[in-house]
Design a protein around this ligand. Sequence first.
Ligand code: NAG
Ligand code: NAG
Ligand code: NAG
Ligand code: NAG
Ligand code: NAG
Length: 522
Amino acid sequence: MRNFYSIFSFLIFITEFKISQSDGGYLTFGPQFRATVGEVWPKPYRQVKSDKFYAVNSSDFQFVAVNKNCALLRAALTRYSKIIAATANGNFSTPATTNFAIIRKFRVNLTQSCESLPHLDMDESYYVRGDGVVRADSIWGILRGLETFVQLLVPMSNGLLLTRRTEIYDQPRFKYRGLMLDSARHFVSKAKILQLIEGMAYNKLNVFHWHMTDDSAFPYVSSVFPELSAKGAYRPELTYSKADVLEVVKFARMRGVRVVPEFDTPAHTASWGASHPEIMTKCAGKFEGQIGPLNPTKESTFDFLYKLFSEIKTLFPDKYLHLGVDEVDSACWESNADIQDYLKAHGLDNGDLPYRYLERYSANISAMGWLQMVWQEAMIENSYMEWPKGTIAQVWFDYKKTMATLTKKGHDVIMSDGWYLYVLDTGADWEKLYNVEPTDFNGSKAQMAHVIGGEACLWSEWINEHNVLSTTFPRVSAIAERLWSPVEELSVDEARLRLEEHNCRLMARGIEARPANGFGLC
Ligand SMILES: *[C@@H]1O[C@H](CO)[C@@H](O)[C@H](O)[C@H]1NC(C)=O
Ligand SMILES: *[C@@H]1O[C@H](CO)[C@@H](O)[C@H](O)[C@H]1NC(C)=O
Ligand SMILES: *[C@@H]1O[C@H](CO)[C@@H](O)[C@H](O)[C@H]1NC(C)=O
Ligand SMILES: *[C@@H]1O[C@H](CO)[C@@H](O)[C@H](O)[C@H]1NC(C)=O
Ligand SMILES: *[C@@H]1O[C@H](CO)[C@@H](O)[C@H](O)[C@H]1NC(C)=O
């Protein structure tokens, strides 16, 4: 197979790209789009290029930490050494040039001591020089810089790696660049989750939002309430143990990726009801026999939540918890006689129910030391709720209006409208994802400053173990570039050939990516 690919990759570099479909002309052989060579994805903030090249012999080079060092850095250097070795043995080589100097040392200059936990305001800026310098003030910048540095290396047919003489000054446009996985509608194994996170790091994404539970299943094995997964998971083996969660969190942390958990409430909780019907609402009337959202009028509901989330807090070190609070339909609450009695006894009405829930729950979560994220409805529908400072809304529909409303009230928001990866089109649908611009709404400069990023969402109705990676990659790369690179540089036409190369790079590193641009090598 190696030879097969080498021949093809040789062909793509000697073949002029020509295509004339519309006027009925002939296609030349070779790929539809010719990949770039040694271009970086996502596109850096500033890159000074030259046409001079160097070479690296993958078995005769070393990373040298010339300044601060720490376990995170050592692990990253080991990882990237392996990636370089695999790149050299990879399938996607370019013809050899002969005119180069060999680089033997990569100097990694971390100027300040390591932080151990990635966070919302971490510094991801870095400097890279193609002849072997990566410099940053923070370990997170070093991680992004190493990724860039290694992307500059392209295997040549003579066994060496080609690298460009270049200087790169880079930093992200947005500080929140996420990927959400719903692990409830279909179970996704820990091994695939780790690959997802690995692929996120290859695209400089920095938040893994783990939508752990939903109506359909409760796959997390709790020790305070083991019955939640015993009765609420699809099967006992389709679950995540505490050790699994800790492993995912650590794996992500090593790559500068935060893990924000979401155990969605008060709706989307049918699976909780399988073992704890007492915290749920029994619907009546039109919905007789059905079970609705968590019951906000019972003390026991809040005691339960407090116990469960106290345990969850020990596993997820990130400052943020995503509360969920999407699609809460209050019709079931309104149909329940006990709830109506409670409202009467307390001089309340149906409109008070969501507040009764949110005020109690959110205050308790704050008291545990968490900052909060919520789906947009939590804020839009409960406009009198006073959210704790720092609460972030995730916008997933009607974004022009929603962004304008929420940022005007001074809330930080992230964009997900248009970035639901389970919505699939055939063809190069990354282009559509690429063209979604989070600041494309009517608002002042101050409002725009409240847009802190965005997140691709993998709802898993149509995603399972077997297609999760190919649904995600390389489509999420388009979103990653939109969120990282300077907005005035973003162009589908310019990005296409770089994405063609980046997709080969992802595949060479073991990510099962789908084609980006029609027929071709990758
Ligand atoms: C790379 O380095 C190794 C070890 O020094 C050496 O054996 C090999 O010949 C070198 N490869 C090339 C292509 O120069
Ligand atoms: C590391 O970078 C700092 C800041 O640019 C510089 O002052 C220092 O000399 C560098 N250290 C090494 C060993 O290159
Ligand atoms: C959180 O809620 C639980 C259960 O209702 C309660 O026991 C605890 O005191 C609350 N903690 C704070 C700090 O409000
Ligand atoms: C944009 O918002 C401003 C201020 O809220 C308003 O005056 C203006 O009419 C809006 N423009 C559009 C095109 O909606
Ligand atoms: C190269 O291609 C072969 C055959 O498809 C595959 O087994 C191998 O994993 C590929 N190597 C890389 C580095 O992608």
